[in-house]
Every structure is written in structure tokens, then in C-alpha cells.
Write a protein that binds this ligand. Sequence first.
Ligand code: ASP
Length: 342
Amino acid sequence: MVKSAILLIYTGGTIGMKKDPVTQTLRPFDFSGILDEVPELQKFALKVDAYNFDPPIDSSDVEPSRWVELARLIESRYDQYDGFVVLHGTDTMAYSASALSYIFDGLSKPVVFTGSQLPIGVARTDGKENLISSVEIAAAKDSDGRAIVPEVSIYFGSKLMRGNRTTKYDSECFEAFASPNCPPLADAGINIRYASKEILQPSGHPFSVHPSLDTRVSILKIHPGITPGIVRNILLGEETRAVILETFGAGNAPSRGWFIDCVRQAVASGKILVNVTQCPAGRVDMDIYETGKQLKEAGVFCGYDSTTENMLAKLFHLLGVSDDREWIGRMIQTPLRGDITV
Ligand code: ASP
């Protein structure tokens, strides 16, 4: 029988960090020795190869160019491996997993992101369990030999989540990620239980990589006391093509004249405005309150139950592939990768 093959890709992050004896801060180390560090991986009937990004980075330094590099790497090895495990810092993992979900089209193999809160060399590390379960998930196939989870996901703290539904919500505990508006794709206890109904099936398109991303997007978090000057700078900024409005509750923003005028002006000048809630869970519904309705009438698109991380990545992708405002608006409000519930 041919063994399944998994490619482990180390991009950086705590999972592969060591304490610098001089500064006492965590710094990335050479990950090529990962199989010695986690000998348990050799117990699977799998071929596990490792690839190291050089230099590995703290994920706070991640840039869209790194996402494209990662996508190109997976594309170049796509036929050689049954699944991919991406080791990544937790700080921006939700952004990277969201971005990869759009950069790939026609994905039919698992791409599982994971990392850890404690370095893998530390006795109480959460990295080993995260890594071992991610490898098992990336290799899992059904009785017809098809990948069980053929999408971009994040495995962390015993749960497998759709990547573009996650957010890092705890900077300390081992369950660092939440997927507040989408149930887990799998739960790992004694067995790994897959929630088959929740898992996206391949679109049937041939696998391809869409590397063009337009990053001229900003995020405006609405708050009491926000000033006209600040709102104007962000919504009408010359460089900006799109703005994510992180609004209150179900999608509400101040109803004052200057605010809504500024929104109208931005829309009239061709900018794309999207409403997502700043609540950690729940959705935008711009028909409930007058303050939300005003935004809808001004031409703001609804982000439904999207995370901010997902909407940012989705806009980078949509703006990268089109200039057609109407089409982009329609796609924002369409679940392209299981990213929103409309
Ligand atoms: N600062 C680290 C990073 O995101 C934290 C982590 O790995 O969890 O790269």
C-alpha cells in the first residue's frame, strides 16, 4: 500500500521558537530537526517531509507576499502530497488562513494551519498535540480515498475550524482560537470526530492559485467619541479602495449627519464600504435599527457574520481580481468559501 504523504511547512511562530539565552526573548530556530523533536510523527504510517521558510518569521511580520509564496509552494508540491500542515504564529494565523482560502481555487486537499502557545521544546507545550493531530487530519481520507477535510482550516486546542471563520481570541490559553459563527469541522478527543455536514466539498474546478491581491483596504472601528476628521481621513483617503466598518451590535453606527454624509460621499466616490460587527459573535442585519438602515441606504454592503480577518482577506482578493464595484459588492455578500452565512 502506498503511504500517504504530508508536507509540513514551517513559516515561523512560537511552535518553533527557542529562548535566546542573552535577551531571554523567543526567537525562531532552524526547524529542519522537527522530526527529532516530535518522534511521535514517525509512528504514523505516513511519509512526513518538512519545509522551512527562510528566514522564519514572527507572524506579526507576515505580508501578503508571504501568503503568495506559501500558496506557490503548495501549488508546486500539490501532486506529491496528500495534505499540507502549515506551522504558523498564532497572532495572524486567522488572516493567513483566510487569505489562503481565497488564493486557492478548486482545493481538494487539506491545508491545516496550526501553531502553539508554548514552544515545542518546552515540557508543557501544546505544540505537540496540535502538530500531531493536524498531521492526522491532513492525512485523513474516506473509504473512497478522498480527503475528509479538503479545505483551509485551523487546528488548535482540540478543535478543527474553518480557517476563514476563526479569530484569535485568547493570548494565553491553549484554546486560543474561536470560530464563533461556524461550528467546528472536527473535535479531537479519544477519537477525531469529523462534522461531515459542516465540511466544504471541492468545487470541482481544477486547482489553481490566484495571487493578485489589492491591499488598499482599511478598517474603521466605530466608537463613541469618534471625530469627523478621523472618519473622513479613513473613509475618503486617496489610497483607500475599500473600508471595513466595524460597527456596534447588529451593524449600527452613529446617526449624526456628518457621519452619514461622509459615508455617502465615500460611496459616491466609488469606494467599497462593508459593515461587519465588532461583537465577537453574531451578525449584521441592517434592517433592524434606523442607524443600520441608514448605512444600507447609503450603499454600505452587508458583511453578515464575517470576522474582520476574513473580510479583509476577501476584499484583498476581490479587489485584486476586479474593478467592477457591483460585482465586488455581490461577491462580498456571497459565501465564496463557506466564509459567511447569509
Ligand atoms: N508572536 C508569535 C507569532 O504569531 C506568537 C505565536 O506564535 O503564537 O508569530
